[in-house]
Write a protein that binds this ligand. Structure first.
Ligand SMILES: Cc1ncc(COP(=O)(O)O)c(C=O)c1O
Length: 379
């Protein structure tokens, strides 16, 4: 069985590694970032290199609020935003601030495999919730709330990792309401919220900030550059003081302040908005190529729903194979994928696999799927 914790990066070996959920190098606008960095550092105020506002500098939060408003998150306000080092750091921070070891966290079954690791690191008990095509099934959620008295619910509501599906808007509203009624916190990981191909995702959880105990996690990793380590939390008002009362935040000031200035420059010059629009087109084109390649090569071997945004296809093999057993042969054939049970708190979905179309161009995607067919045909 392969290990979910081995760090993998596209291009580190000869495989076409469709397991990795990272942007390909050509999707990271290096020159744009170099220009923004030069401008941000040259124009920096005398305070810029000192300790920063623990919540993130107002210039960053105000520019981010405007950007989010422009993207349809009309309620975004600088006061509700908190600078983070990306969604991984934010998620760990949320656990540290709002949970105790032994508390229950509810997650979608399936979910982001490394979020599971963060919850384990924090000693949380993870309970997977069943999902249908519209996301978390509400009767099962209500049952889990009554049975487990969760402290946290973690959801990847839009173009989810790994399923590519979206949680229906009415369910988002109801989950927000339930969090208030039953006193738990919703951590909505919105890493892919802005990455639609045609129709925008259902409303961000940020629209329901006043109705529940909500923390929306946004990141520039998937829409700009993972190496910046810049993201944000948008939070229900009563939760902000707890974030600001953190010892390391008070001691060190804002996390990753200088990188936030680079992002601020990209936001001011509309460079982020323009890049996002290019990115959506490129990802949509790659998803379409993967869809055609899958249809041509795997239609008798697997079923799937074509994603309408995000980074991933989620395939169910028609034979009851354990996809963990296929990792090594696939690797020998020069292709990588992520086995289904990595994404389950309970080891479910052994006959599923996750494929990313973000890390490679169209020729490699086609070749990769062809190689996958050879591997599956030999089983
Ligand atoms: C759902 C989800 N959350 C968080 C992350 C990591 O985000 P960041 O780079 O902002 O830490 C990923 C990356 O794959 C992801 O898919």
């Amino acid at each position: 069985m392969s290990d979910p914790l081995t760090f993998e990066r596209a291009g580190d070996d000869d495989r076409i590694n469709l397991a990795v959920g990272q942007p390909s190098i050509d999707l990271i606008p290096k020159e744009m970032l170099q220009t923004a960095a030069a401008r941000a550092f040259n124009n920096a105020s005398e305070h810029a290199f000192n300790y920063g506002d623990p919540q993130g500098e107002l210039s960053f939060r105000a520019a981010l609020a405007l950007f989010l408003q422009g993207q349809g998150q009309t309620n975004a306000r600088a006061e509700s935003l908190f600078l983070t080092g990306g969604n991984s750091q934010a998620l760990d921070f949320v656990c540290e601030r709002f949970t105790q070891p032994g508390d229950v966290v509810l997650v979608e079954d399936s979910t982001y495999f490394l979020a599971l690791q963060i919850f384990k690191d924090r000693g949380l008990k993870i309970i997977g919730l069943p999902c249908d095509a519209d996301g978390i099934e509400l009767p099962a959620l209500i049952n889990a709330i009554e049975t487990h008295k969760p402290r946290l619910l973690y959801t990847i509501a839009s173009f989810a990792n790994p399923t590519g599906l979206c949680l229906a808007e009415a369910r988002r509203a109801e989950i927000a309401r339930l969090s208030r009624q039953h006193d738990f916190i919703v951590a909505a990981d919105e890493a892919y919220q802005l990455l639609h191909f045609e129709k925008p995702a259902p409303k961000s959880f940020s629209h329901f900030l006043n109705d529940g105990n909500l923390l929306c996690l946004g990141t520039f990793s998937k829409i700009l550059a993972p190496g910046l380590r810049v993201g944000w939390l948008e939070v229900s008002e009563p939760l902000m003081p707890r974030l600001l009362a953190s010892g390391w935040v008070n001691s060190g000031g804002a996390i990753n302040q200088m990188a936030s200035f680079i992002v601020t420059d990209c936001l001011h010059h509309d460079a982020q908005a323009m890049h996002l629009s290019t990115l959506r087109h490129t990802l949509a084109a790659r998803a379409a190529v993967m869809q055609s390649a899958l249809k041509a090569n795997l239609s008798e071997l697997a079923t799937w729903t074509a994603p309408k945004g995000g980074y991933f296809f989620w395939l169910r093999l028609t034979d009851s194979l354990n996809t963990n057993d296929l990792v090594a042969p696939a690797s020998r054939a020069g292709v990588g994928f992520q086995p289904g049970n990595f994404s389950s708190a309970n080891g479910h979905h052994p006959n599923y696999l996750r494929l990313s179309f973000a890390a490679y161009g169209i020729t490699e995607i086609e070749t990769g799927i062809h190689r996958l067919r050879t591997v599956l045909r030999q089983r």
